[in-house]
Design a protein. Structure first.
Length: 290
């Protein structure tokens, strides 16, 4: 490769006119040519180095042909390494020619060692299959009280105090109730009145005591579902809204002296008795039309 530099110098001098004559002086043109040389990408030295190495490309998959991203690919005996892309493909360049070994590793898979032949000036294709293995985990021993979800923590605290009747999910499963009121039948002092509805049997739950000045009217139960008042009348019986399989726990307080202060509401007629229903997480009472 050469560079040519040319420089031309031209001057013309014109003397003032004197005695009717003029003098013109011309300077000759001078050209300078410089030649330089350099070694570029096409030089014999560079080409010789390129012909001494080769390249490697490939893909890492599972036996089901699914790609294994981020697998580590290393040329054994060298510091040359790369990571597989998200589709499992990889490339390595400027590898020494000859017989080589490629190690492929990925957590959760068996590592493999693959022999390859690197040819100078060429790219070798490689297919690597990794098999998943089960990772052994250390045994974890849990010591302590039974885990309680937040909404059930109050249930356990009130049951520990002993006032009222309590039914856990285990207790309900042992009863195998067909209707919700089948559980309440186990509570002394509650009266269950059953009538046939359009879909199934409905039940009204009342206490044995009466209310009113003359004590002539039965005292109805007040329901709470997941901590919220859930008024139920004779026309809208509790069996139409709550199914036994949806219940996590039940608390029954028969009389004002047993009712916890946060559920004792004179306005809602709670002194007759309170039934607290806690449903499975994510479930609410089923709404039905009548």
């Amino acid at each position: 490769m050469s560079a040519l530099c040319e420089m031309s110098i031209s001057h013309m001098f014109k003397s003032p006119r004197a005695a009717g004559a003029s003098i013109q002086v011309f300077a000759p043109t001078v050209s300078l040519v410089l030649f330089t040389g350099a070694i570029g990408f096409g030089s014999p030295v560079w080409s010789a180095r390129a012909q001494e190495s080769g390249a490697l490309k490939g893909v890492v998959t599972t036996p089901e042909k699914k790609p294994v991203p981020l697998a580590r690919v290393r040329l054994v005996g060298t510091t040359m390494a790369t990571m597989a892309d998200t589709d499992g493909t990889f490339r390595m360049f400027a590898l020494p020619q000859g017989e080589q070994s490629v190690e492929v590793r990925m957590m959760g898979y068996t590592s493999v060692l693959v022999p390859v032949e690197i040819e100078a000036g060429r790219t070798t294709d490689l297919q690597v299959v990794l098999t998943a293995i089960a990772l052994p985990l250390e045994t974890v021993e849990v010591v302590g009280d039974t885990l309680i979800v937040p909404q059930m923590q109050g249930f356990e605290e009130r049951r520990a105090r002993g006032a009222g009747r309590f039914f856990s999910r285990t207790d309900i499963d042992k009863m195998q109730p067909r209707l919700f009121t089948d559980v309440l039948r186990r509570v002394p002092g509650l009266q269950i009145g059953m009538t046939n509805g359009s879909v199934n049997s409905v039940g009204s739950v009342r206490t044995a005591r009466t209310n009113g000045v003359m004590g002539g009217r039965p005292c109805p139960i007040l329901y709470y579902v997941n901590g919220t008042p859930f008024p139920v009348t004779n026309e809208m019986a509790i069996n139409s809204y709550i199914q036994p399989e949806d219940v996590a726990a039940i608390e029954v307080y028969n009389g004002a002296s047993e009712i916890p202060s946060q559920f004792n509401s004179t306005m809602l007629n709670s002194p007759c008795g309170v039934v607290l229903v806690w449903t499975m997480i994510g479930k609410e009472p089923r709404k039905q039309s009548h």
